[in-house]
Ligand binder design. Structure first.
Ligand SMILES: Nc1ncnc2c1ncn2[C@@H]1O[C@H](COP(=O)(O)OP(=O)(O)OP(=O)(O)O)[C@@H](O)[C@H]1O
Ligand SMILES: [Mg+2]
Length: 241
């Protein structure tokens, strides 16, 4: 009889210790989180409880002082910076809380940027839409209901809510295996928020992507497979109130 071989989780944080600096009040100690491939996890926690810090660790933006951070089968802590950049570019779409758009590039150039850094994502985008630009236009069109909106405009001219949607399209382009979203709808009105959630779930269903999503807003919690609380992920932290 052949035994089923269980796949390792796509994201596994084990015994992670992290401090932003030596005198930091906030720390993560023995932090742990396991997310299976294709799973959609909603992370909640008070402001200051470390949600963005956790996402930065998962995304390889910062490295913990101790512990193991397995992402897509590799331990981020053991990789050199260039190797981490490669894993991130190929496999992770990140919607940051501050968006991190490049102000001197247009909307389209910002959205297509991940495909300049990753051949894998470029090929995925071309397979779907014929070209990277067409794929970007498709994603953006799902997010903007405003007529006559030129995607050639510079992102520095955009409202915060408009910028947030550019960041969302940039994270989704090329169907990365892991989507990390930090408060992705915080600046959106009702219609834009619903359009974003519809696109996000259409895209992850199509690509089978794993989703780690942080939000204060419990409205869409029911769409997720599981809710994880920061007090469980990092039990020793008492957030400042
Ligand atoms: N770049 C940084 N340098 C130093 N300390 C930081 C940095 N970013 C966050 N912190 C600190 O880490 C702690 C956790 O912050 P974090 O941004 O992860 O919380 P959060 O749960 O995402 O909060 P919010 O819901 O307000 O976004 C806070 O005490 C914060 O001051
Ligand atoms: Mg945050």
């Amino acid at each position: 009889m052949v035994e089923a071989v269980s796949k390792p989780p796509l994201v596994a944080l084990k015994e992670v210790d992290f401090a932003w600096h030596a005198k930091a009040n906030f720390t993560i100690s023995s932090g742990s989180l396991c997310v299976e491939e294709h799973e959609h996890v909603f992370i909640r926690g008070a402001s200051g409880s470390g949600k963005s810090t956790l996402l930065n660790i998962i995304g390889g933006i910062v490295t913990p002082q101790k512990g193991q951070v397995d992402i897509v089968g590799q331990d981020f802590c053991q990789l050199k910076e260039l190797e981490r950049d490669r894993v991130r570019a190929d496999h992770i779409g990140f919607i940051f809380q501050q968006f991190n758009l490049i102000p001197y590039l247009s909307i389209l150039e910002n959205v297509t940027l991940p495909c300049r850094f990753s051949k894998l994502r470029r090929e995925n985008a071309i397979k779907r839409s014929g070209s990277v630009t067409e794929e970007a236009v498709y994603l953006l069109s799902r997010l903007y209901s405003e007529g006559q909106f030129s995607f050639h405009r510079s992102t520095s001219e955009l409202s915060v809510g408009q910028q947030q949607r550019v960041a969302a399209a940039r994270a989704l382009i090329g169907q990365p295996q892991l989507i990390i979203a930090d408060e992705p709808t915080s600046s959106l009105d009702y219609d834009a928020r619903e359009a974003f959630m519809a696109l996000l779930f259409d895209e992850i269903k199509l690509s089978g992507s794993t989703l780690i999503y942080v939000s204060h807003d419990p409205t869409h919690q029911h769409l997720f497979d599981r809710v994880a609380d920061m007090s469980v992920i990092n039990p020793q932290n008492e957030p400042d109130l």
